[in-house]
Design a binder for this molecule. Sequence first.
Ligand code: GLN
Length: 540
Amino acid sequence: MKYIFVTGGVVSSLGKGLAAASIGTLLEQRGLKVLMQKFDPYLNVDPGTMSPFQHGEVYVLDDGAETDLDLGHYERFTSGVLSRMNNLTSGQVFDSVIKKERDGKYLGKTVQFIPHVTDEIKERIYEVSKNNPDVDVLMTEIGGTVGDMEGLLFIEALRQFALEVGKENVCFIHVTLLPYIKAAGEVKTKPTQQSVAKLRELGIQPDIVICRTEADLDEDNRRKIAMFCNVERKHVVAFRDVAHSIYECPLDLRRDKIDRLVVDKIGLGHTPAPELEEWEQFVKRVIYPKHKITIAVAGKYTDLQDAYKSIYESLIHAGAAHDTKVNIVRIDTEDVLDSNTAEKIGHVNGILVPGGFGDRGIEGKILAAKYARTQKIPYFGICLGMQIATIEFARNVCGLKGANSAEFNQDTPHPVVSIQEEQKKISGMGNNMRLGSCESILFAGTLASQLYKGAERIQERHRHRYEFNSDYQEQLQEKGLCISAVSAKEGLVEIIEIPSHPFYIACQYHPEFKSKPNHPHPLFSGFVKAALEHKMKTEF
Ligand code: GLN
């Protein structure tokens, strides 16, 4: 197996994850089997307990691992199947070392950062390699910025690892920023030089330096960076701000033939040039669509670009499939009142209520769902969005006054969304959640079944604690709510819809974690199509 390590320099939020994912795309299109993983130097065991304000979206894998959102990029840009083994944090490393120490596994030795902690980090790379013998290239991105104290042990572990497996099998890529100083009209290379110097001080000479730039990288600067970072001139690669879409990133990096440089470095130079036609077609559809629709995302984290990352990406994928640009308006539901719902969301072609925790903005979400239902605007509820739809229907169609989720009101007279009895006994943050891929049974003749093209069973990823309360199932069904899928194991409600509405569907799982550029998720695809039809109908 060959290894690529991606580090970052100068500042965070450089697009390091996207650079790594894009290299993954290019290598995969050269016919290589690529697997990606992320090392995060923070002390949380996983990002599951972190606020989206801190960390953006928590991305959930099939096996239920709650991971960094970069793993979402990896899954969207490559086809490698990721598991909890593919996201390692310092929290996990120390947790494991301390457990081993308590179990006497170190046979009385003094337990130290080096070698015990670094060994633990290397062990993860070896383990992932061993478990995936068919993979050609394992690419590991190291979170944070070189020079951060908390990243030092990871860098040291990589240095040792490269020696152990042979440097000819390893490619180190360092992604840095070239700031543009407006007043001087100049691009500055000094931060990059210093960041590479720092990396070299730690014993790692990068093979390739990727320079994030606003504009292009001229020949002078390329030579300067090559000279002072001690790399070949052609190994200085420009990574420009892309004009329209993150899906342009692989095409941009291809301009400097990054994939060629990488395969030459790790001895896979015999692989053919990447086949990018399908990707290019997709990008074209994203950039030059025929139609345009407006979707309201009615959530809590409206100011944060990253909090609903996978949902926004899924809308782009679905939009491309229908030659449609999806314009997103983020609605802060704390501002939505009975008196202003029409003013806030009356102009949109579709309303999406995403997942979420806690009771902030809940009543506004319920109003948004009501507006979609009564005004016949396409509605798509995800996780919390399904629970909201259930509450709205119970209150306003079935007349169950005060109906609510037990999450928001323990004493509600009608807990139409509630927690399962056995879950109540489990303690510890995150331990009582339904996490990861579960199988559901779809009922024929429903909108859901039609969208999933007649599939009888589906696998989707979950991340929630509360469920549709089956005690209310009959009452809601009598008034026109249709249950179109239940979980195969427990019979829990997975999808609801309103057949008398043009498009009103909501699911308890997170479909956004399984949408890919050329394979939009069927529910997103159906939603975008319905929104487009809504627009045609209301505008002409
Ligand atoms: N807060 C809800 C629950 O725990 C919904 C979670 C979500 O939307 N991911 O069930």
